[in-house]
Each structure stands twice: as C-alpha cells, then as structure tokens.
Ligand binder design. Structure first.
Ligand code: AKG
Ligand code: FE2
Length: 242
C-alpha cells in the first residue's frame, strides 16, 4: 500500500496494523533475547499503588540502554524509517526501545493515553513490534478506539470495560502496529501465557523525550518519574484538569 494511503488511514484512525512487516528469523532472535532477560515471571517494577490503581501490570526493559545491539535492526529498518517519516515528518526523532512484559494471570494495561491530549501536536508514536503471536485464548490483545486521538481526553470510567466502538487486535509474530499516543488503547488481561511487545517510540520534531511521563487513565493521571497520582478522575468530573 502507498505511504500516502497509510498516512491518510493513520490520520483518520490513529493506528495502523501492518501484518508480516518484519522477518520471522529476526523476530525469533529478538524473542530469545527477551526470554533470556525476563524468564517466565519477572518481579514488578512499579509499586503496588500504581498496579492496583491503574490496573496495569507490565515490566519494562530498555535493551539498547544495556548495550544489546540486536534491537538496532528494527530501529535501522529502511521501511520502518520511511513510514515513520511519512507519519511524523522529516525531522522526527527516535525516543527509545522499550520491551513490555506481562506475566500470565495479570491485568494487562487498562485504557489509557500515553500522554495528555491537550496539545494536539505533542504526542508520541508507538511503533509496536510483536515477536510472538498474540492469540485470543491467552488474552493480551491490543484494544483501540479508532479515531479517539481526535476526541481529546479519554472518558472517565471503569479501567478495563468494553467500549462500544473498540477494535480488538491480535497481532501476530512479525506484525507492526503504529499507534498515536493520544489514541485510547489498552492491553486486555493476560490469562493463558505471558505476552510481550517491543515498542520503538518516536515523536515529531520538537516533542521532548519525556512526553509520556504523564499517562491518562480512566480513573487518574499518573506521573511515572515521581510515582505520583496527579489527578483522581471520577464519574461526573470528566472536565477535571490538573
Ligand atoms: O503492548 C502493547 O501491545 C501496547 C502497549 C502500550 O500501551 C504502549 O506501547 O503504549
Ligand atoms: Fe500505551
């Protein structure tokens, strides 16, 4: 599909799901490194208040910060770079590569926006790579609300409830998902087997690397750097701002 067509679809929907974008052999190589790092059930990185409050259970790993170079193959992929340039503009910046691991029997990630939506040009782009199939029997699918990057703040409500217009994606090994940081999204609870995704975050020119420090959930705004609930959100106060 032409880059212009993909761009138009991204502007409309806030995400793109591109099956089979990456080579299966490369996915196996990266998956082995991921498994070697985490094992089957790593401890949690976040504190209990965050996990129980936000219904989000994910353990991050930043392999490139530890000198693991195999992940550079994705970062340097010419197809990914030209698609990113199309979506974000010529002077886009790469932020970091973050592997996100969720153990079996954990909450996944409740509905959220990766960063506050008030400034429309201030957002991150998730470039999500799946090194193994996400299969519905195991949970851990990616839920998105198409077009919600244009709707402003995520609605207040139950952290994980089904939204009427949600789309549930089950990316397979080698798939690429490009997801606007203002687009409402979640990872469904993980039931059968641990799940992992690898996110090569990028942003338009001029957006700071810490743009995702404050995350918007349906029941709060949370700041990761200070491990702090900035705003509690309750039904009836959906206009609340920090
Ligand atoms: O792991 C996924 O599929 C999506 C994770 C997510 O919410 C993000 O990368 O911002
Ligand atoms: Fe997210």
């Amino acid at each position: 599909m032409k880059l212009e067509t993909l761009h138009a679809r991204f502007l409309h929907d806030g995400y793109l799901h591109l099956p089979g974008f990456f080579d299966a052999g490369l996915m196996d190589q990266l998956h082995e490194l991921i498994y070697a790092h985490f094992g089957d059930r790593p401890g949690f990185d976040h504190d209990d208040a965050f996990i129980s409050g936000t219904k989000t259970e994910v353990v991050p790993w930043f392999p490139q910060r530890e000198g693991v170079q195999a992940f550079d193959a994705i970062e340097n992929d010419p197809g990914l770079a030209s698609l990113t340039r199309q979506l974000l503009g010529e002077a886009w910046t790469s932020q970091y590569c973050m592997v996100m691991f969720s153990s079996a029997g954990t909450a996944g990630q409740a509905w959220h926006q990766d960063c506050p939506p008030e400034a429309t040009g201030r957002y991150n782009l998730n470039r999500l790579v799946y090194t193994r199939d996400i299969v519905s029997e195991n949970g851990g699918q990616l839920g998105v609300r198409p077009g919600s990057h244009r709707l402003g703040e995520l609605t207040v409500g139950e952290p994980h409830e089904d939204l009427p217009d949600q789309v549930i994606l089950s990316p397979r090994k080698g798939d690429l998902v490009l997801l606007h940081g203002h687009c409402w999204h979640r990872v469904l609870p993980v039931v059968g087997h641990w799940r992992v995704s690898t996110n090569f975050r990028a942003a338009p020119h001029g957006v700071p690397d810490d743009v995702t420090d404050i995350c918007v959930y349906r029941n709060m705004r949370y700041r990761f750097s200070t491990r702090e609930v900035l705003v509690r959100r309750q039904p009836g106060d959906s206009a609340a701002r920090p």
